[in-house]
Design a protein around this ligand. Structure first.
Ligand code: CP
Length: 355
């Protein structure tokens, strides 16, 4: 069963396919309105969210599915001391897919240890936020027409900004992308991520003004107040990069400005009317790509379940060494192994045969 915990859970082919389906949904949303009819999605948010939670919920409703939702920890048995694993496992008994945001890094990996339905990581602490990355990929592709050969500036809190971690990992899988990591020394992209990049080249920079004229994509981020141990450091760094109308004059005419949102001070409202500002389009794309993701993960489970539950057929096993050809067995059962071709496996020896 497939989960989405980190962006590396998906191959480049899967990422491209999701972007393709996301594009189709955004052009023909009504085509998909019954795709998840009768299905239930659970959203478990142990941390605040506006976009991720509502976009997932809207995505499932637009696919014809339904929701159960936890947004206040105090309203669940977590407040009585129930473990994360037990909570998620329980919620999985009532739903076909679980979406979880949690303040602790790695929480989704623990949660899937006992979960029987797919889990989507909607953000785990300062670690990963893979569905924001899917959103960003769809936006970059629909605005630029490609995911290769791009100069990309990532600006602000690159240490704690989980959206940047996942986006950089994803974009490094495509060809010939160049990254400019613009941050103060204290908030540089963690070394383990810099070392794990699959391709492209990157530069650590301090000056936004210097980088703006060079790039196709400007990805602004918020300084993540809630992740700082020392508030004095936060106060010193919080307004380090502010993109305003004056600085926009330095950006290329065909550049796009993205931001995962929420913003605090890092993009002034004056920039919103600039045609290069795409962050509210990005918000809408988040819903379309999450529709594509929900369909993908639930359909993949359907394939496995159909395999398991497909009615068995009865015959004799062609494997001469099979126990059924040496001992009396009333009926030799074959189970379908693949719904794509007509392969069956003997329940006893596992011999694959075609009927
Ligand atoms: N981009 C994003 O994750 O926003 P929320 O925190 O509002 O979900």
């Amino acid at each position: 069963m497939k989960n989405l915990i980190g962006i590396n859970d998906f191959s480049i082919e899967e990422l491209k396919e999701l972007v393709k389906v996301g594009c189709d949904i955004s052009s023909n949303p009504s085509k998909y309105m019954d795709e998840m009819k009768g299905r239930v999605m659970a959203t478990l948010f142990f941390e605040p969210s506006t976009r991720t939670k509502f976009s997932f919920e809207s995505a499932m409703l637009r696919l014809g599915g339904r929701l159960i939702s936890l947004s206040e920890v105090k309203n669940s048995s977590v407040s009585k001391g129930e473990s994360l694993k037990d909570t998620v496992r329980t919620v999985g008994c009532y739903s076909d897919i679980v979406v979880m945001r949690h303040p602790n890094e790695g929480a989704p990996r623990l949660a899937i240890e006992t979960l029987d339905v797919p889990l989507i990581n909607a953000g785990d602490g300062g670690h990963e936020h893979p569905t924001q990355t899917l959103t960003d990929l769809l936006t970059i592709y629909s605005e630029m027409g490609r995911l290769d050969d791009l100069n990309i500036a990532l600006v602000g809190d690159l240490k704690y900004g989980r959206t940047v971690h996942s986006l950089v990992e994803a974009m490094s899988k495509f060809n010939n992308n160049t990254f400019f990591f613009v941050s103060p020394k204290e908030l540089e992209l963690p070394e383990y991520i810099q070392n794990s990049l699959k391709g492209g080249c990157f530069f650590n920079e301090r000056s936004l003004e210097k980088v703006l004229p060079k790039v196709d994509v400007v990805y602004m981020t918020r300084i993540q107040r809630e992740r700082f141990d020392d508030m004095n450091t936060y106060e010193r760094l919080k307004d380090v990069y502010i993109l305003d109308e004056e600085k926009m004059k330095l950006a290329r005419e065909d550049a796009i400005i993205l931001h995962p949102l929420p913003r605090v001070n890092e993009i002034t409202e004056g920039v919103d009317k600039d045609p290069r500002a795409k962050y509210f389009k990005q918000v809408k794309n988040g819903m379309y790509i999450r529709m594509a993701l929900i369909m993908k993960l639930i359909r993949e489970v359907d394939e496995i379940v159909e395999d398991k539950e497909y009615p068995v057929i009865y015959s004799s096993c062609p494997n001469p060494k099979c126990i059924t050809n040496h001992q009396y067995v009333e009926r030799v059962a074959f189970e379908q192994r693949s719904i794509k071709n007509r392969n069956y496996a003997c329940r006893y020896c596992g011999k694959i045969v075609s009927f």
